[in-house]
Design a protein around this ligand. Sequence first.
Ligand SMILES: [Zn+2]
Length: 116
Amino acid sequence: MKGEELKGKLVFCPKCRAESKLNVKKTYDGFKHIGFEYGCSFCGTLFEEGDIPFADENILRLEKEAEREVCEDCAQYAKNLWIQKCMITNKKVSALDGCEKFEKRKPGSAANKDFF
Ligand SMILES: [Zn+2]
């Protein structure tokens, strides 16, 4: 998508540090339409066409960063006083390790203890 199709899309304006709508303006050279200008509808900051900070992508990225999938929060994480272990690989892990088999443990439930 480009040009006016993008008008009104949510962006995360780096200057306002907030969600805002994308403002799209046609740019003219005399009477000839030569392109588009993309900007924040609040503060008017202009974005490069290939570098528009769309909100959904940014929010997804922020959520991903905030919610790192670490062993400590995984349903397959087990620990006792001496050792922390992954119940899938049966190997020692540390609380901040992670892997692609991450399974979120139910909120509020403790790590497995009766595994050992
Ligand atoms: Zn702005």
